[in-house]
Write a protein that binds this ligand. Structure first.
Ligand SMILES: [Zn+2]
Length: 350
């Protein structure tokens, strides 16, 4: 069964640059091929990745021109031959990252370390369009009790945070965990996962407004990192014990303090380096304290399903900052770039 549609609006990144490179174009709507479904999109969400895709990253080649945006939710409106599930009319979320589905890593469910792992809206066309055609197994049905904003907002950040907190750090009840930059999507997800695990959470934020917003998430220990040395504050909060786990995507600016305030046996999990990638490390501190430095990026299909389960059960919920209409994607980019954001910036196609 196919609905009759011929043209759609889609945002394109034709070349790297400022927000004015983003172009709204008319593109043909394609029919889903064998094993594929077509989704009429309802809501999408921006990630910092969208800014990198638009601006470009030295030494990295993106497949431009490309439709950006990793996170999108909508309704299946047509299915190709051989597709049993999902069916037309189902509400779905698109998996933000996928492996090759056939190598050793993918076969055992460790897709993020697949050599060919790709991210929607970075490695191939994303969801900033009225329709998206994708393999049926990448369109994950989501419970009707999850609203569209939540469905679109949790994807990439909850997936990333889930793998960091549970799979990589193996955070346990009563452990101390420091989550940097509470306002970011990954961090607010990591904070909620740590709370579910009943760990003891400390977070940092860069303005009085963000400190207040973090406290509203039920965190007692919020450090304004612009006013205080976070490593010293962590020492005083934890009674010199330090933190057992650190969730970081800041990189250079927090690395030294992280090494100082990790407890013996501590684990630092990093998924990014917004302040820069190059650091100087005191190896003595690493072996003497028995520290682990763990890299993490995105997550597997099964980690996505586990994160989604927590969302469906109402145990975790993405923090939403602001919703922009589809036509205002460049304004949404500017808003995310302003760094005044606490939570997710959404794009509504309705
Ligand atoms: Zn693979």
């Amino acid at each position: 069964m196919m609905n009759e549609v011929s043209m759609m609006k889609a945002w394109i990144v034709p070349e790297h640059g400022g927000v004015d490179v983003l172009k709204l174009e008319q593109k043909p709507v394609t029919e889903p091929g064998p094993g594929q479904v077509r989704i009429k999109t309802t809501m999408g969400a921006l990630n910092h990745l969208d800014l990198w895709v638009r601006r470009g990253v030295p030494g990295h080649k993106f497949p431009l021109p490309m439709i950006p945006m990793s996170d999108v939710a909508g309704t299946v409106d047509a299915v190709g031959p051989g597709v049993g599930d999902p069916v037309v009319g189902m509400r779905v979320v698109l998996l933000p990252g996928v492996g090759c589905k056939s190598c050793g890593h993918c076969t055992i469910g460790d897709d993020p370390i697949c050599r060919d792992y790709g991210i929607r809206g970075e490695s191939f066309d994303g969801g900033a369009a009225e329709y998206v055609v994708a393999p049926a197994d990448e369109a994950i049905p989501i419970s009707d009790n999850v609203d569209w904003s939540t469905a679109a907002a949790f994807g990439l950040t909850f997936l990333t945070a889930y793998r960091m907190v549970f799979t990589r750090a193996k955070l346990r009840k009563d452990e101390w965990v420091l989550v940097h930059a509470a306002g970011s999507g990954v961090s607010s997800a990591a904070i909620q996962f740590a709370q579910i695990e009943q760990a003891r959470v400390i977070t940092t934020a860069g303005s009085p407004e963000k400190v207040d917003a973090a406290k509203k998430m039920g965190i007692n220990h919020v450090i304004n990192y612009k006013e205080a040395d976070f490593a010293k504050e962590v020492r005083s909060i934890t009674g010199k014990h330090g933190v057992d786990v650190i969730i970081d995507h800041v990189g250079k600016d927090t690395f030294d303090g992280n090494m100082k305030c990790l407890a013996k046996g501590g684990r630092l999990v990093t998924c990014g380096n917004t302040s820069g990638p190059m650091v100087e490390m005191n190896m003595a501190m690493v072996f003497f304290k028995g520290l682990s430095i763990l890299g993490s990026t995105m997550g597997s299909r099964s980690e996505f399903l586990k994160a989604m389960d927590l969302v469906e059960r109402g145990l975790a919920k993405p923090v939403i900052d602001k919703v922009f209409p589809f036509e205002e994607l460049p304004k949404a980019h500017e808003y995310l770039e302003s760094r005044k954001v606490f939570g997710k910036v959404l794009i509504s196609m309705e």
